[in-house]
Design a protein around this ligand. Structure first.
Ligand SMILES: Nc1ncnc2c1ncn2[C@@H]1O[C@H](COP(=O)(O)OP(=O)(O)OP(=O)(O)O)[C@@H](O)[C@H]1O
Length: 603
């Protein structure tokens, strides 16, 4: 494999890199053309480097030849495999080719991974013809769902009945949405439809974007039913009155909602009446829905709909179900509920085929250069299909990264998604990034769970996730539906504990030496920051303080150390002095009297 380094300057990250590798070892045997075979993790690729040099820039450092590592470096490579495929349609439109049945015996994996690489198991949906209505099977076929993913198969074949209460765990991106929608919808079709105008299925999920996504999948699944089954959504940031009006006047058999807005509209008698005949309540991302943040709203919602004794089905789904969830799911699941999991107990909850890496830099001021060097290293493999998500820790921190990226990656499409944006922009950007073939999305955890952005090949986490489970969900934005992906975390020294305390996560040191190239990128980073608005920097600085305040002991810092760190962060952004922070904000953060803060109003 060869790596050619391109000259890089501030204005252009020129896509003249070439990384030619046999990243995926395709089986030679023609009979095996269906499934993609992956190189074993221990098979190592060697790197050789040649350098071309832009005279305007300091010579880029030579990338060192990497020693063989256990765990292996398998740079992502997402060239679609079109061999041995049959075509499918989605809603009447051309869909990516769906492969012919793979030789299951030849696959290294329990499921046959195929072109377009959907997680198709060995069980075709046609096996469910006695269980699922034929109009549902027809819709699944149109969606390109020829085979059941393992979780779909498990739910449809192992639940004592399709209306049984269940707690279900399966890895990210393996089709849990259809796994809860199908039994719940089938259940209604078996003579359990609520009266016209009433809600039969209530799905509650943590974010607005996820609610929209689930509602869309629901529309696709019900598209072939002889009688239209309306799916409505309710989430904040949208016009309450007009949405409510639509809901009250319509025939919303299914409602997908976020807890805040649902709790709000359930305050209206007319809305509560619509839930009189509810048959199924689903908590998607159940562990999140029942954590301290959401639990009060969920309990309030449950008090507004018919009591669990009335017999509605409860379904709880997530990729992460910590032990303590068993204590809290009883509010929606009756004793004796069925627990299903497609994840072995000893196994990491992340998708096996995602190589996971970390980069540790000595100090906070190096993190931007590390991010730049990392993106450059990953981008050059396949510039046209480079689709990545960079997760930051706070909304304002993400906004800053996005602003900075405008000046530093001019040839790449950039997107931002976080809670400081209005809902219209969030919805628009979500769709744009879903449709994009390449680009970088700078995101906060508003899209950390559940979101299905097709073909994301790389997830970068800059800074600490709020928990190991959140790490798992963020990593799960790549390698979905049988595709490939990689994940890299960028941490500075104090944050490095995350790797050592989460030994069950299969993280390895990033195998390409980016440290040696970082120094030369520093001027580029600094120059890019000169074009970023001072207010954007000030907000990011303040958010940095607020976020990291909650991790003081883990970061081994005292409040004064945190302020020093934040000030270093502000210097990296090119602030001549720490940005001003209001006295009352400092008080709220619990940093009153801590030296190093610059107290004052920015207005
Ligand atoms: N049987 C199937 N055949 C083909 N594609 C499928 C199948 N089931 C699901 N998919 C596709 O796989 C992707 C991931 O599905 P989904 O979003 O339901 O995963 P998930 O398990 O809920 O992920 P997360 O844990 O992140 O919420 C979607 O693009 C979906 O359309």
């Amino acid at each position: 494999m060869k790596v050619w380094f391109a000259p890089t300057n501030l204005r252009s990250l020129t896509p003249c890199f070439s990384l030619t590798t046999a990243l995926l070892s395709r089986p030679q045997n023609k009979a095996l053309q269906g499934p993609i075979r992956y190189l074993p993790h221990t098979q190592i690729l060697s790197l050789t480097t040649t350098t071309s040099h832009n005279p305007m820039m300091p010579p880029p450092p030579q990338r060192k030849q990497q020693p063989a590592r256990r765990g292996g470096y398998r740079p992502y490579h997402r060239k679609p495999n079109t061999a041995n495929t049959t075509s499918a349609t989605t809603n009447g439109q051309d869909a990516p080719p769906v492969p012919a049945v793979a030789d299951a015996g030849a696959s290294e994996l329990p499921v046959a991974l195929t072109a377009g690489s959907v997680p198709v198991g060995t069980h075709p949906y046609s096996e469910m013809k006695d269980i699922l209505d034929k109009s549902l099977l027809q819709a699944l076929d149109k969606m390109g769902f020829k085979f059941m993913s393992p979780v779909q198969h498990k739910v449809l074949s192992e639940l004592p009945s399709l209306s049984a209460d269940c707690l279900v765990q399966a890895k990210t991106g393996t089709g849990k949405t259809a796994a809860f929608l199908l039994p719940a919808i089938q259940n209604l079709l078996q003579g359990n439809q609520p009266p016209r105008g009433c809600v039969g299925i209530l799905v509650i999920c943590p974010t607005r974007e996820l609610a929209l996504q689930i509602a869309k999948e629901c529309d696709q699944i019900t598209a072939c039913l002889p009688r239209k089954m309306e799916c409505h959504s309710a989430f904040g940031g949208t016009a309450r009155a007009s949405n409510l009006n639509k809901f009250l006047r319509g025939d919303p058999t299914i409602l997908v909602a976020t807890p805040g807005r649902l709790d709000d509209i359930l305050g209206e008698e007319t809305v509560r009446e619509k839930f009189q005949y509810v048959k199924t309540v689903v908590l998607d991302e159940a562990d999140r829905m029942l954590d301290q943040g959401f639990a009060p709203a969920i309990h309030k919602i449950l008090r507004s709909i018919p009591h669990k004794r009335e017999g509605w089905q409860g379904m709880c789904f997530s990729a992460t179900l910590p032990e303590k969830v068993n204590d809290v799911v009883k509010c929606v699941l009756k004793p004796g509920y069925t627990s299903l999991s497609t994840i072995n107990k000893e196994e990491a909850p992340t998708v096996d085929r995602i190589p996971q890496f970390f980069v540790t830099v000595p100090s906070i001021d190096k993190t931007f250069a590390a991010l730049y060097a990392l993106i450059e290293a990953e981008y050059k493999d396949d510039p046209k299909n480079f689709k990545a998500i960079v997760f930051g820790t706070t909304a304002n921190g993400v906004a800053l990264l996005y602003d900075w990226s405008q000046n530093i990656f001019p040839t790449l499409a950039k997107f931002e998604l976080h809670s400081r944006m209005n809902q219209n922009s969030r919805t628009r950007t979500t769709q744009q990034y879903k449709d994009a073939t390449s680009g970088i999305l700078f995101a906060s955890d508003v899209v950390g769970r559940g979101m299905d952005f097709p073909n994301v090949g790389l997830v970068i986490q800059l800074g600490l996730p709020s928990s190991a489970d959140q790490y798992v969900h963020r990593v799960g934005r790549t390698a979905r539906a049988g595709k490939e992906g990689r994940a890299v975390m960028v941490l500075f020294q104090n944050e490095a504990f995350f790797v050592s305390v989460n030994r069950s996560l299969p993280m390895k040191p990033y195998p390409v030496d980016i440290a040696s190239s970082m120094e030369q990128y520093q001027p580029i980073i600094e120059k890019a920051f000169t074009r970023v608005d001072e207010e954007s920097k000030a907000k990011a600085y303040q958010a940095f303080l607020g976020y990291n305040k909650t991790y003081l002991s883990k970061l081994r810092l005292n409040p004064a150390g945190l302020v020093q760190l934040a000030n270093e962060y502000s210097r990296t952004m090119g602030c001549p002095e720490p940005p001003l922070i209001e006295k009352k904000t400092i008080g709220k953060m619990g940093l009153k009297g801590v030296p190093g803060l610059n107290i004052g109003s920015r207005k």
